[in-house]
Each structure stands twice: as C-alpha cells, then as structure tokens.
Design a protein around this ligand. Structure first.
Ligand code: NAI
Length: 298
C-alpha cells in the first residue's frame, strides 16, 4: 500500500466548521493538503453564524498544517465563486472540492414550507453545484481535479418527514453523474459519499451504540482516498458507516418485453409486473447513451 500524500494540493471543504466537514479538513491537512475551511457557522437548521471555521483552522495550524477560513454561504453562485477565489488567492490553485455543507429541516410532506424547500435546494444542491462549477474552470485547465459530493441514505433510499432533504440529496447524485461524465476527459474525477457519522445532525437519531460505531474519521478516510491521485475511479457512490465501505449503484432489471402472442396494454403490464420488477438480473449502465444502446438491443 502506498502512502496517500496530498502535499502541494489545495482542497476546499464546505461546511467544515464542525461534524464531518471538520474531520475531512483535518484529515486532508494531515496528508499535506492546504485547506480552505468554509463554514457559515450556523445551527443544524442553517440559521445564524459563528466563528466555527476559525477554530478548525487553528486546530490545523496547531498540527503544522496549512489552512484558511472562509465564511461565505455555499447557497449562492457568488458564495461558491468567493470560496474558490480565496483558494486561488491564498494557495494559488484548487485540486480538491469536498462539497459537504448541509442543513436539516424536518416536516411532513404536506406541511413542508416553501422557504424550507428553497433553502434545502440552495444549500445542498446549489451549494454543491456552484462551488464545484467555479473550481471546475480551474481544474479543467489544469487537467486534474477530485470532487467528492455528499449524498445520504435518505436521498438514495428515501425517508419520511424530510422531503426537501431527500429530494436535494438525490439531486446531488444527479449532479455527480453530470460532472463525472463531463470531467473525465480532463482528469477531473467526481464521486459521492453517503456517510453515517455521529455529529450534531445525527445526535437526535443515533442511539449510544450507533454513535459509538460511527466516528466521522472513518468517513474521512474515504474522502482522503477519493481526493487523492491514487483514486482513478469516477462516477461512483460509496456508502460509509458502521465499519463498512460499500458501492451503491443504479441498475436496470432485464424486465419484460412483450412477444407477438402476449398482447399489450395496461392489463398485460399488470400481468407481468413481477417480471418487470425482478432484480435477480440487472445491468448498470455507464451513462444515458450506454443505457439507450442497451435498451434498444433485443
Ligand atoms: P453538521 O451540521 O455538523 O455539519 C454541517 C455543516 O455545514 C455545519 O458546520 C454548517 O454550519 C455548515 N453549513 C450549513 N449551511 C451552510 C452554508 N450555506 N454555507 C456553508 N456552510 C454551511 O452535520 P454533518 O453530520 O457533519 O453533515 C455533513 C454533511 O453530511 C451534510 O451534507 C449532511 O447532510 C451529510 N450527511 C450526514 C450524515 C451523518 O450521519 N452525519 C448522514 C448522511 C448525510
């Protein structure tokens, strides 16, 4: 196993004032990366501000690392650009983006407020989109980049009473799909993680055993790998937690193709729905064109 070294690399970690982001920033700095520690320092619902980013920068510097604090909100294009500008002004480049900032607001679907929906999409989805877009301009020219997006089991599989969070987190997988395909020819690789970690966000839901088994550092090891030159994979979602790393993917079943004698229409679909859903055999298309070709083949 070769040691992962990030010396000379510059990383942006959004939402790095606490929780997982803090742990990612410390881990990247420990491997030698210079880190822009971005955080508005708000509460778990995204309200308010604090100097949380400063404290993380102080911790990194105390451990002989290099870091700078950034307080911009990721929720706007201008905020994303300001984060990248600071990375380039201070450290001269940007090689790694870990889009981690997130907020939590829970309510039943029928009660979910318009402003909450806007904020969930702004912070999670646009917050991942804009900072990465600004960094991508630089990475594409440099023909090197590593982007780590943060989705969640909620976004991948669904969860009750947080429809904005679920929708935004699934949207991040779509964003990763888009960037991974466009960035690959230019050496820009994009993957997403779906973490479990004890943080203030999971405080209300984890019991003592779940909290003990999910230190943020376990997830940060994956983030460091995905941020490194040793990582050559792109376009993947990796779940990390409870001591396990595992791939998550979207597959299509073999399905049912009506033959000449089968008839058609909704009744025939109803009669064959078990075959359509049968996931004992499936394919994992690489992209939409690959899917088109595969669907079109007999
Ligand atoms: P956390 O609440 O400790 O950290 C989120 C950080 O993002 C906070 O420091 C917050 O101030 C910052 N932030 C919020 N809005 C921001 C904005 N507009 N601009 C810049 N920074 C902003 O929560 P945690 O658990 O560390 O979550 C990190 C990410 O991981 C989030 O995206 C979360 O949705 C995701 N996640 C966490 C899981 C877990 O088990 N902890 C599970 C699945 C996903």
């Amino acid at each position: 196993m070769s040691e992962i070294r990030l010396h000379g690399r510059v990383a942006i970690v959004t939402g790095a004032g606490g929780g997982l982001g803090r742990s990612h920033a410390l881990a990247l700095a420990r491997c030698g990366a210079s880190v822009v520690v971005n955080d508005i320092g708000g509460g778990v619902e995204g309200r308010g501000t604090s100097d949380a980013a400063d404290k993380v920068v102080a911790d990194i510097i105390a451990a002989s690392g290099r870091a700078v604090a950034n307080y911009a909100s990721v929720a706007t294009r201008a905020g994303g650009q300001a984060i990248v500008d600071q990375a380039i002004d201070r450290f001269g480049r940007v090689d790694i983006v870990v889009a981690n900032a997130g907020i939590q607001r829970n309510d039943r679907y029928e009660d979910f407020a318009e402003q909450d929906m806007h904020d969930m999409l702004d912070v999670h989805l646009e917050g991942s989109f804009w900072v990465t877009q600004a960094a991508y301009q630089f990475m594409k020219e440099a023909r090197y980049g590593r982007v780590v997006f943060t989705t969640s089991g909620a976004g991948l599989y669904g969860r009750p009473n947080s429809p904005g969070y679920v929708a935004a987190k699934n949207g991040i997988v779509g964003l990763m799909n888009a960037l991974a395909i466009e960035g690959q020819p230019f050496g820009v690789l994009a993957n997403a993680i779906a973490p479990f970690a004890r943080t203030r966000m999971t405080d209300p839901v984890f019991d003592e055993d779940q909290a003990r088994r999910n230190p943020p550092e376990f997830v940060s090891d994956l983030v460091v790998y995905l941020s490194s030159q040793q990582c050559s994979m792109t376009h993947e979602v990796i779940q990390a937690g409870f001591g396990r790393y595992a791939r998550v993917f979207v597959g299509r079943t073999v399905g049912w193709t009506p033959g000449p004698g089968d008839g058609g229409g909704p009744e025939a679909i109803a009669a064959h729905i078990d075959e359509i859903l049968d996931s004992s055999q499936f394919v994992v298309p690489k992209n939409a064109f690959d899917d088109l070709k595969d669907m079109a083949s007999p």
